[in-house]
Design a protein around this ligand. Sequence first.
Ligand code: FAD
Length: 389
Amino acid sequence: MRYYDAVVIGLGGMGSAATSHLATRGVKTLGLEQFDPLHTRGSSHGESRIIRQSYFEHPNYVPLLLRAYELWTQLQSESGLDLMTITGGLMIGRPDSQTIVGSQQSALQHHLRHEMLTAKQIHERFPVLTPTSELVGLYEQNAGFVRPERCIQAHLARAEAAGADLHFGERVIDWTPSSTNSTTLVRTTRDTYETGSLVLAPGAWAPKLFKLDVSLQAVRQILFWIEPLCDPEAFAPDRFPIYIWECDGGVQFYGFPQHGPANDGIKVAIFYNEDPCDPDNVNPWIGDEFVQQIRSCLQRRIPCLSGRIVKAIPCMYTNTPDHHFVLGRHPRFPMVTIASPCSGHGFKFCSVIGEILADLATTGSTRHGIDMFSPTRETLTTPCSGVGY
Ligand SMILES: Cc1cc2nc3c(=O)[nH]c(=O)nc-3n(C[C@H](O)[C@H](O)[C@H](O)COP(=O)(O)OP(=O)(O)OC[C@H]3O[C@@H](n4cnc5c(N)ncnc54)[C@H](O)[C@@H]3O)c2cc1C
């Protein structure tokens, strides 16, 4: 049986980053992934993920975000890949909405540069957006998007270059701690490994692997690419920002500037849909109700995006009841570290979560503030609603 100082289960967004950080610290690391590299059956495909700093979810995320930006920038220059594009970002909603109040709170508390815009100013600056007069916007210059597939590719390449073993097409069936809790046995479809430190980053498969009595829910989300009815130049990344728009009732939809070939359409999606799924059996069918939902969001707010749907794909979130992450040492097995359930807003953090996972796996602690993500917090035991903020 082969021994590794660290074994990472799952080589998606979080696991590829953890493997990279562990291996570059000289830790003898094995990464295990059930599918091929960059597969499209988890949570990290679809070409782009929003990255932003004025974080409406909670101001405690901001220090992590600032470090995530630093690490993405470093990975970008080391890999030579175009990973992150800064376009500016616009949060839109009523002045008392969670999106506006929360973003403003994070911006003010952490002295982040931002501007408040009226509906008229939003329309003047970005003419394809037609907010009604009671809405406002918070614009931040440092927002943009990262390219998830390239980020994973860069982390995997960095891990391999630093000596990590990466096994694809090898599913972990189970893991069991030794009786003294000093090592863990990891049984896969091909082999059994022994490790001093196990990192679980299985994304939507977390409920099947965590051995934790908490409420986690994998949900299916749909990403759409729509042909604009106006000049697509209006969505060019040097003149159009990423945006999140909160409608009445708390429903948020979001979108990107054009970031693929011109005839690929403009990407948009609803932030939270309640569509629970089994990650091993995700329904590929995208029903009319999902199309109607996104159409009704866009119709009056971005009328130019009422064109043909060029493509639509499913992807999974792993939701927690409070929509905050789960990240820390396993409460029952101290040599096991867990991460992943990121409730649909985790990709931008992968670079820093990789660093945190490597800290926890090697020293048992981290300088980063992660208390609010504790796997033992009380809110994790209430049922997931699956709906937005
Ligand atoms: C539609 C959509 C839009 C999103 N938008 C944003 C956004 O704009 N900004 C943002 O920051 N975040 C966003 N997110 C969230 C973000 O993408 C996720 O938080 C992130 O990708 C999760 O990464 P992960 O590593 O946990 O999961 P994954 O990347 O899915 O990785 C988990 C891996 O574990 C593997 N695995 C599972 N079980 C086993 C096993 N038994 N053996 C071996 N391997 C196993 C899986 O195959 C998978 O590859 C979005 C997510 C979705 C779905």
